[in-house]
Design a protein around this ligand. Structure first.
Ligand SMILES: [Zn+2]
Length: 324
């Protein structure tokens, strides 16, 4: 696999048609074109550009979008059909560059940076990042087992930037009391991570999160000594505790919760430095983004991009549910 950098990506993709061809190689490796409408694999007709470069669309505009026609269901499709790119007016070229930036930058890329760099409207840039995060969430790698580190943290956000109807605003005017919390489960063996944004951390929340994300009978949980973990501990193979209050961070049985703390501190630095204030509604999506990069830390940027391209299908996020 050729190593992708932003430099050779821009040499590879110099036109909209190039971008479609590149996406085709990722979506249909080996050249086996699959109709996204009916699933038929086979020699679908490629609709050649009428003037060699572009085709005239039914609306009369010129498009370099590479279009295929299914020999079975007779519908037209392209490599973007049924994916996060579908129906977007942003050129596929731009999408691919932003995709790569979100896969390769340790802290992601802020929407305003995308707007500045790629000349799209700020609102569009923000929408693109959210769609890409949805693709990152479209992961079916299943439950974790083995040694799992678990920790939780509270994430602020400046109360003065909260919307007037933000549920965090308390009626009494005491805004510092209501922060949002993030929980993380990290596999010691693989670095795979599962995260969840919640308003409050309780024993029940922890219990549900663990049950949803690990094979309880095959899991050894490592956490601090908070009583929150006592309920779920009974269902697990073992539970090892480090007592932070006693200045204990590692024991004979446990490497402690360092891995989770490092994950949270990088997330918080990025929220402060790159994304400034984020709303509670979107914390989960940021967690997903950071978890995706963390879970795939053994992959190269190129492999990570290819893996994410495998998750673009079946994810369509329209503007409405994002802002609801
Ligand atoms: Zn078809």
């Amino acid at each position: 696999m050729e190593k992708v950098t932003i430099g050779n990506l821009s040499r590879m993709i110099q036109s909209e048609a190039d971008a479609y061809e590149y996406l085709e190689t990722l979506r249909w490796p080996g050249g086996e074109v699959v109709c996204p409408h009916c699933g038929v694999v086979g020699k679908h007709y490629f609709l050649n550009p009428t003037n060699g470069i572009s085709r005239t669309t039914t609306r009369g505009s010129e498009s370099q979008r590479r279009v295929w026609k299914c020999k079975d269901c007779r519908k037209q499709f392209s490599a973007t059909t049924g994916t996060v790119f579908h129906g977007s007016r942003v050129p596929l070229q731009t999408w691919l560059f932003v995709f790569f930036e979100m896969c390769s930058n340790k802290n992601g890329i802020a929407a305003r940076e995308i707007a500045r760099k790629y000349g799209v409207a700020p609102k569009t840039a923000w929408f693109m990042t959210q769609r890409i995060r949805e693709a990152m969430a479209n992961d079916d790698s299943g439950k974790l087992s083995g040694n799992i580190v678990m920790d939780e943290t509270y994430i602020g956000g400046k109360p003065e930037n909260w919307h007037k109807n933000d549920p965090r605003r308390s009626k009494t005017g005491n805004n510092t009391a209501r922060k949002m919390a993030a929980i993380a489960l990290i596999s010691e063996e693989t670095g795979e991570i599962r995260t969840k944004a919640v308003t409050n951390v309780t024993g029940t929340v922890i219990q549900v999160m663990v049950r949803e994300n690990v094979n309880t009978g095959e899991t050894v949980l490592h956490s601090d000594s908070a009583p929150l973990y006592r309920t779920i501990a009974k269902e697990l193979k073992a539970h090892h505790v480090v007592n932070h209050h006693a200045g204990q961070y590692v024991t004979e049985l446990s490497n402690g919760t360092n891995k989770a703390e490092n994950f949270f501190s990088q997330l918080k630095r990025s929220i402060d430095g790159t994304h400034h204030c984020i709303s509670q509604i979107h914390l989960q999506r940021y967690l997903t983004e950071f978890a995706f990069r963390h879970s795939t830390h053994n992959l190269s940027d190129t492999e990570r991009m290819v893996r994410l391209m495998g998750q673009v299908q079946g994810v369509r996020l329209t503007y409405r549910p994002l802002t609801a």
